[in-house]
Design a protein. Structure first.
Length: 733
């Protein structure tokens, strides 16, 4: 932008200012009064003229130059002295001043000095200044983007940088600042939204201090002001618009859409009429609504953005419009409140307290603990809703009274791991899920297929995404990638999905043979259908030979009984070397499955592997790029090895990220990684190769930690068989 264009833009800005509403009687204690700012803007727009004031001409009388230092353009004045004895004199200004402050002294100083005056702001002037008039504090803070990057750095990995940027661009409207203040502050604190609209006509009273975070010195202040202050003290760069007059029929649309439609409405007001009317308008504008009720951790989610015709409040006030509630007294609203709550089991003391409204209490009873819980529920749900990972409407409960009570304690593992070999059989068989093999000798009907698939879905998968879908066609079972599940960053080219489905195929094969059927597997039988990973054919001819997938089965198939016990076990375990018989059995299992198992048992080598894995994990990438056949076949070998380890009471914990990172560099050309990360990974490969042989022609499937440890207290959840199995009739039908 040229200098003239900049001046024109500066002249135009005051006319484009959107003036906020002023709090009556606020004065300077609540910031610069709006009337004062309007007068100042009017003077700047219409009264002051840069050229008529001769300021521009006076400055241009001095020789001015620009130069580049460290890539930065530097402006300065250089006035040479006529004195032969003159020496350079450098004048530096502080912030928020400029070189203009030296105009009156440049000529006198130039009699004896070569005067140099820079326009560069000193390091101390970097960033912004935040003025908090209510506490009379002026705070020097980083520029907006850097401030937020540092302040939100502890969010990292729970919220990715891309997600945080997306959340920052959101606008959130909050109605009701008694309970809603906690939600608004928590949203700001987590970085969910950077533009907020706060509406509440009420002022703080002493009885609000049982749940609203404020000072007794704040009594009498508007609640929107208290909330906005707390939010600005977290992030002075926020854009907050307050509506201290509250909402009415006349202004609710402006509140929801003025300056751009809100992305989310958090509704926490006590006024039943506004509660319903705001929803009517939010639905009209397709704005989703969250409401936390301070009763049994109840959270309502209404996705009007996705369901523009959804009944208000889940249809609990069917036939009732906002206009029907407008003139009701507080006590007359109680039946409607109970309809909204619609609870068969309200908290023990809530209903009796309702009859006291207007008698011994002024409004609905609320506790600080409930408000804090509600703020957490609203913020967590808002974050997932705005990121698109949570799409449902409905009512949800997070009731501490139900979750934390006598008899609900979690079963924890022992502090001391059992000695190697002691009670291993008991540990290995604990907490098995209810699996049932098909009945021997019966036809392979739909129930039998369901039972086989129930064994298949016990297989491991990266991130427990369970990427499988099964289609039954008579005696043929197709094992497919579930296209409804979007691939994750951990599943580049579906390699991790192929590995998981290969493990599921092995489970189904083992279960089928244990029930008396022979099973033949064909890996990727149709080149034109890449989603079909494996096709299983079942016969009753007792053929136990090697199938196309490379799995060989003996007559007993003892591993099937361990499928329900296989689990990831992250328990620390005992510092005990792997027993010889266990190591021999695992090695034999890998060889019979066509795989290679490298065991690291030396203490120094294990510690080095730990350091290498830690360095790999810090890069935070998992993008495999291996051949699909190798992964599908390898999944079968992996599952047999894991089941063998389970049968010998060994704890297994996969540690796979580094292998996928290395494959990204070695087979994927380092796509998505920067030069420094690629160099780090190449160095890690060199270190790892000194401990584990690197076989470039082999697919590296997985790294696992083996130990003797007690069983985990919690198992990963499994998809329901019905959600991933479809019956399509006979093959070819």
């Amino acid at each position: 932008m040229s200098g003239l264009a900049e001046l024109d833009d500066l002249d135009d800005r005051p006319a484009r200012t959107r003036w906020g509403s002023e709090i009556p009687g606020g004065g300077w204690i609540r910031g610069v009064p709006t009337a004062y700012l309007k007068d100042l803007a009017a003077y700047w727009a219409d009264g002051f003229d840069w050229r008529k004031a001769e300021a521009e001409a006076e400055l241009n009388e001095f020789p001015q130059f620009t130069t580049e230092i460290d890539g930065r353009n530097i402006h300065f004045l250089h006035v040479r002295s006529q004195s032969p004895a003159a020496v350079p004199l450098l004048l530096l200004h502080d912030w928020p001043c400029s070189f203009v402050q030296f105009v009156d002294v440049i000529r006198p100083l130039a009699e004896d000095f070569h005067v140099i005056v820079t326009s560069t702001r000193p390091a101390s002037a970097y960033g912004s200044w935040a003025w908090y008039p209510w506490s009379r504090q002026l705070v020097h803070v980083l520029p907006r983007d850097e401030y937020r990057e540092l302040r939100q750095s502890r969010n990292r990995y729970k919220i990715t940088a891309e997600e945080q940027e997306l959340l920052t661009g959101r606008t959130i409207a909050v109605i009701g600042l008694s309970v809603g203040a906690a939600s608004a502050v928590t949203l700001a604190q987590e970085g969910v939204g950077s533009r907020f609209r706060l509406a509440d006509f009420d002022r703080l009273s002493l009885s609000n201090l049982n749940r609203l975070r404020a000072s007794v010195a704040d009594v009498g202040l508007p609640k929107v002001v208290i909330a906005a202050r707390q939010m600005y003290e977290i992030d002075p760069h926020l854009d907050i618009e307050v509506w201290p007059q509250g909402l009415t029929e006349e202004n609710v649309d402006a509140f929801l859409t003025g300056g751009g439609r809100a992305d989310l409405l958090v509704e926490e007001c006590d006024d039943l009429y506004i509660k319903v009317y705001a929803r009517e308008r939010a639905r009209a504008h397709r704005i989703p609504v969250l409401m936390e009720t301070n009763e049994r951790g109840m959270l309502d989610v209404e996705r009007f953005d996705r369901e523009p015709h959804r009944p208000l409040l889940h249809g609990l006030l069917s036939g009732v419009a906002a206009a029907d509630l407008k003139t009701l007294s507080t006590r007359e609203k109680v039946p409607y409140v109970l309809r909204i709550l619609d609870q068969e089991r309200p908290s023990e003391r809530f209903v009796p307290s309702l009859v006291e409204i207007g008698q011994t209490i002024s409004s609905w009873p609320q506790l600080a603990s409930g408000v804090a819980l509600g703020a957490a529920l609203v913020t967590d749900t808002a974050r997932r809703l705005l990121l698109g990972t949570f799409t449902a409407s409905g009512r949800y409960f997070v009731d501490p009274g139900e979750l934390v009570r006598d008899g609900m304690e979690s079963v924890l593992r022992s502090e001391e791991p059992p000695p190697a070999g002691a009670a291993r059989e008991v540990a290995a068989r604990e907490v098995a899920p209810p699996l049932r093999l098909p009945e021997a000798g019966r036809p392979l009907d739909e129930e039998a297929v369901r039972r086989l698939v129930s064994y298949g879905i016990q297989a491991p998968s990266g991130g427990n995404v369970q990427p499988w879908r099964f289609v039954s066609r008579g005696r043929v079972l197709e094992c497919r990638i579930d296209d409804d599940l979007a691939p994750t960053l951990l599943d580049l080219e579906r390699s991790a999905s192929h590995l998981a489905i290969g493990a599921a195929v092995e489970n189904i094969d083992l279960a089928a043979r244990a029930a008396g059927w022979a099973c033949r597997a064909r890996i990727f039988p149709d080149p034109a259908d890449p989603g079909l990973v494996c096709e299983l054919s079942f016969t009753d001819d007792g053929d136990d030979g090697e199938d196309e997938a490379g799995a060989t089965h003996g007559p007993g198939v003892p591993l099937a009984e361990w499928i329900g016990h296989r689990t990831t076990n992250r328990a620390p375990g005992a510092d005990t070397p792997l027993a010889g018989p266990d190591a021999d059995e695992l090695t034999r299992c890998a060889q019979e499955s066509g795989a290679v198992l490298d065991l690291v048992t030396e203490r120094d080598a294990l510690e080095e592997v730990g350091r290498i894995l830690g360095a790999g994990d810090r890069l935070r990438f998992m993008s495999p790029a291996l051949h699909r056949d190798a992964y599908a076949r390898g999944g079968r070998a992996l599952q047999r090895l894991w089941l063998t380890a389970t049968s010998r009471a060994l704890a297994v914990q996969p540690l796979t990220a580094l292998l996928y990172l290395l494959a990204r560099v070695e087979r994927g050309g380092g796509a998505g990684l920067d030069t420094e990360e690629i160099a780090t990974l190449r160095a890690l490969r060199t270190r790892l190769a000194k401990i584990l042989p690197h076989r470039p022609d082999n697919a590296e499937l997985i790294l696992v930690r083996l130990s003797y440890a007690p069983p985990p207290a919690v198992r990963s959840l499994r998809r329901d068989v019905g959600s991933c199995l479809r019956f399509a009739g006979l093959e070819g039908a």
